[in-house]
Design a binder for this molecule. Sequence first.
Ligand code: NAD
Ligand code: TDX
Length: 331
Amino acid sequence: MRLLVTGGAGFIGSNFVHQTVRERPDVEVTVLDALTYAGDRASLAPVAEKVTFVEGDVADAELVDRLVADADVVVHFAAESHNDNSLSNPWPFVQTNVIGTYTLLEAVRRHGTRYHHISTDEVYGDLELDDPAKFTAETPYNPSSPYSSTKAASDLLVRAWVRSFGVQATLSNCSNNYGPFQHVEKFIPRQITNVIDGVRPKLYGTGENVRDWIHVEDHNSAVWAIIERGAIGETYLIGADGEENNKAVVELILELSGLPRDAYDHVSDRPGHDMRYAIDSSRLRTELGWEPHFTAFRDGLAATIEWYRANEAWWRPQKDATEAKYAQLGR
Ligand code: NAD
Ligand code: TDX
């Protein structure tokens, strides 16, 4: 199989490439990545000899057409991915998430290529803390932020290209990922690296907001299950029953780092901050036989803290610029 992975120098995409090289030596991997602030070739260094890397934009129609012509399957991870950035400057989100997805869809339509679209549970909006419901593929779209609305737009393009043009596509909407190679702008790596730097973790608002955490390896094993066994046109929700509130996550990071559990600060809240995400992944489990392996969040988090301690050279170059952006926002 010749596989084109967009966004393969980012957090989830690079972990996907590592897992694929490790477990599927028959797959030829080409990565297309624009190396924005969020992309880092160092994340692919351990597999560099086994992967073809192309630096370029998913909205570059000529380049995308050429790469899709040589692929059997496309997995589309590339995106602008951070909610806080989307509140400061939405335009790159519209350009990459909407126009970029459109560009890929037109190419897979021309070449009849199998396409898997990576998306997020944030397209469904949020749930109340005491709501027994979880998101399913039937939950109406109700995105809150520029980020999630552009991801929702991209999902709807995929569904329309399936129905109108017969594109051979599947979609997945996953909950919050954690693990190695995640940019220090995101919640868990930001707090881990703050603690390493002797800075107190920063909780937005009350810290009551709930996220449904999944280890990135489990997200990526689910993506492979969908590529191999998913029904064309179908949407699969990926989640590992990992609901935790932000306060509990910060307390656990502090405890695992040998610090008092209350050694954190509250900062101003994110505008429009979604309260709770929760995924019902039963379709993926019953229809495709997928199961998560990293179900002990405490262990997964401890291993992630270890990874950031051991790989300071990877994240250190991003840390100051990231914190300077947050300082401007007062967070
Ligand atoms: P990331 O920001 O770490 O990585 C994104 C990658 O895409 C980077 O390597 C970047 O250089 C590349 N990129 C950005 N714009 C590009 C462009 N125009 N052309 C080519 N490459 C470009 O993001 P991530 O957290 O790894 O997320 C990957 C995907 O998974 C995204 O589609 C995101 O919406 C989705 N997702 C993320 C999470 C999460 O918790 N992080 C959860 C569910 C879904
Ligand atoms: O310093 C912080 N303090 C804090 O309390 C940061 C950076 C975040 N938070 C809160 C906001 C959220 O409630 O932590 C939670 C997680 O924040 P993010 O890491 O920014 O993730 P989120 O906004 O939930 O979106 C993530 O999951 C869905 C990814 O960034 C998206 O790409 C994915 O689609």
